[in-house]
Ligand binder design. Structure first.
Ligand SMILES: Cc1cc2nc3c(=O)[nH]c(=O)nc-3n(C[C@H](O)[C@H](O)[C@H](O)COP(=O)(O)OP(=O)(O)OC[C@H]3O[C@@H](n4cnc5c(N)ncnc54)[C@H](O)[C@@H]3O)c2cc1C
Length: 407
């Protein structure tokens, strides 16, 4: 195989956007190597649910979504932020809109597969060569990359002038993002990677058999969930193993920290976050005499099943006195024993630490090799911040690669 100028390993959003930016800037010989039979599998999985490409909130509010990595992400977002991402989609013929939650979606007539197809066509038109079923095995000397053609069962080395690793995180292994790259990278560079951890995932609650049988899967709408000082609002789903839902995912970093301090950790569930506790107590007081506890909750606060069963599960004795019951409704204690397994998580924390790369995401230990996307050690909540982070790091690394090629 002819040596490409730039080899991009991993055909997810980070790698494909970098390929597009490099080709559009006139860099010849951009090649993408993807281990799977088709690129963008996790991108398509993201499209199965609500496909949040990015978020419509002001760019200034974006930075804090990236937690400890806020300063570097502000730089990436300034280069390729939500506006640029929406323009990119429009340029591919995919219009977007901001939903009521602030999330940015492709217009309903555009399926995720349409977007990916238009994108791959654009890359082909720009002369980007896509090699599917080509797995990166590791480095070969100072500049070489060892690859295996999975179809032909052959191995070979290429010597690009620059490399971008965009190999993804370590969840949803069936999409190709299996994290296996971590061993090759650590072995070849001696780099200490941050261990992978599930992010944006469900939690495990040791429900009783009775609760599991009676409640099963039930939504709790418009609630707030707190872990320590972190709080998130939205819809929580009670499941047979614990909890799922946007507020749970948003609290993953805080929950991980609480569990590390010693399991079980505790979450507090507020079933009426929109009302002050006094107002909740007042409504309870106004309940007609003779109603059962469940009827009081339903008639005064519109809290139907499964709330009464949930309260009995959470505390040994559910108070009937209005002020005490109101306090419980706004802080139902739920014990957690752990996070759901890594492979189920929407995203992965851990990977290549930012200390291992320079300001343009080039590996300090291997000049000419850059890193982008979820394989870097950052995390962000759902709501479009994940894809935005992958696109922004891909665009930033592409800029760094151009400067590197110019010497
Ligand atoms: C169920 C689900 C829903 C999601 N929904 C959203 C959403 O709505 N909004 C949002 O912002 N984010 C969402 N995400 C997250 C988003 O899809 C990922 O963060 C994003 O795809 C990561 O992009 P990436 O380019 O870094 O890596 P990936 O998309 O994981 O791509 C990495 C690629 O590298 C390839 N690869 C791995 N190892 C090798 C190797 N050795 N050689 C060659 N190729 C290799 C893989 O096959 C893969 O194609 C969702 C994720 C999941 C699982």
């Amino acid at each position: 195989m002819q040596n490409p100028t730039v080899a991009i390993i991993g055909g997810g959003p980070a790698g494909l956007l970098a390929a597009q930016h490099l080709a559009e800037a006139g860099v010849p010989g951009v090649a993408v190597f993807e281990a799977q039979a088709t690129p963008g599998r996790k991108f398509l999985v993201a499209g199965h649910g609500g496909f949040n490409l990015t978020n419509g909130e002001p760019t200034a509010a974006f930075g804090p979504r990236y937690g400890a990595q806020q300063p570097v992400f502000e730089q990436f977002l300034a280069h390729f932020g939500p506006e640029e991402l929406r323009r990119w989609a429009t340029d591919l013929g995919i219009s977007t809109y901001v939903g009521s939650s602030g999330r940015v979606f492709p217009a309903p007539e555009h399926k995720p597969a349409h977007l990916l197809r238009a994108w791959l066509q654009r890359l082909a038109d720009l002369g980007v060569r896509l090699h599917t079923r080509h797995r990166w095995l590791g480095f070969d000397g100072a500049t070489g990359l060892r690859l295996r053609d999975e179809q032909q069962s052959t191995e070979f080395t290429i010597e690009p002038r620059a490399t971008l690793l965009a190999l993804g995180g370590a969840s949803w292994a069936k999409t190709g993002s299996d994290g296996a790259w971590s061993q090759s990278l650590a072995a070849h560079t001696g780099m200490a990677l941050t261990p992978f951890a599930p992010s944006n995932c469900g939690v495990e609650v040791p429900w009783s058999d009775f609760f599991r049988a009676k409640v099963g899967r039930s939504p709790l709408k418009n609630v707030a969930l707190s872990c320590g000082s972190a709080t998130a609002r939205g819809e929580v789903m009670l499941t047979e193993y614990g909890l799922e839902g946007t507020p749970v995912y948003a609290l993953t970093p805080a929950i991980r920290e609480a569990l590390a301090a010693g399991a079980p950790a505790q979450l507090l569930l507020n079933l009426k976050p929109e009302l002050p506790v006094e107002a909740v107590a007042k409504r309870l007081q106004q309940a007609r005499r003779g109603l059962s506890g469940a009827e009081v909750l339903r008639q005064t606060l519109r809290l139907g099943p499964p709330v009464p069963t949930l309260l009995r599960e959470a505390v040994p004795a559910v108070p009937t006195e209005p002020a005490q019951l109101a306090a419980l409704l706004q802080a139902v204690p739920l014990l957690l024993t752990g996070l759901r397994p890594l492979d189920e998580a929407i995203s992965t924390a851990g990977g290549v630490p930012f200390a291992a790369v320079d300001g343009h995401l080039m590996l300090r230990s291997r000049p000419g090799t850059f890193v982008a996307g979820e394989m870097l050690d950052w995390e962000a909540p759902t709501g479009g911040y994940l894809l935005q982070g992958c696109f922004s790091t891909g665009a930033w690394a592409a800029l760094g690669i151009r400067q590197w090629l110019q010497g």
